[in-house]
Design a protein around this ligand. Structure first.
Ligand code: CMP
Length: 140
């Protein structure tokens, strides 16, 4: 299995509750390395651009409002099969369906306020990483 990268976002519900370190500890315990990280407060327009793929979904406006409601921490995670590994560590989108020990089971409040985002494919990971980071900012 190759070493690859994925984009992670620690969402406003988690930064508000001071959970960045606890979430990062889960990534590191699973063998994912944080090779880039920055805290920023997105505008609603920036959140909308990031989630443009969901523009037709009924929850799009709520999602963009939430993602602009407080600070987020954008990260690049690196490791063996990083996209799949991160999705395993995050757990299901809906915390009610997430496995024990996952980030969403432990920390998420609801399907919307679900503490973390992770890329769903290697193709999208490349697009999402480029949305937040330049090559110079990623130090493996
Ligand atoms: P994320 O992995 O960031 O990708 C898109 C997000 O949309 C998802 O996590 C959820 O937080 C959010 N989402 C998905 N379904 C719903 C829903 N039914 N209501 C509100 N938000 C949702």
């Amino acid at each position: 299995m190759a070493v690859t990268r994925t984009l992670s976002i620690i969402k406003p519900d988690a930064t508000k509750r001071n959970l960045t370190g606890a979430i990062n500890a889960k990534f590191e315990a699973a063998g994912l390395r944080i090779v880039a990280q920055k805290r920023l407060h997105l505008t609603k327009a920036q959140a909308g651009a990031f989630y443009a793929v969901h523009a037709e979904r009924p929850f799009y406006d709520e999602l963009c409002t939430f993602m602009a409601s407080g600070p987020v921490v954008a990260q690049v995670l690196e490791g063996e099969d990083a996209v799949a590994k991160n999705r395993e560590v995050m757990g299901a989108t809906n915390p009610a369906q997430a496995d024990e020990g996952t980030i969403r089971k432990e920390f998420a409040l609801s399907i919307g306020e679900n503490s973390v985002h992770g890329s769903d494919s290697e193709e999208n990971a490349a697009i999402e990483i480029a949305f937040f980071f330049s090559g110079l900012e990623i130090v493996g």
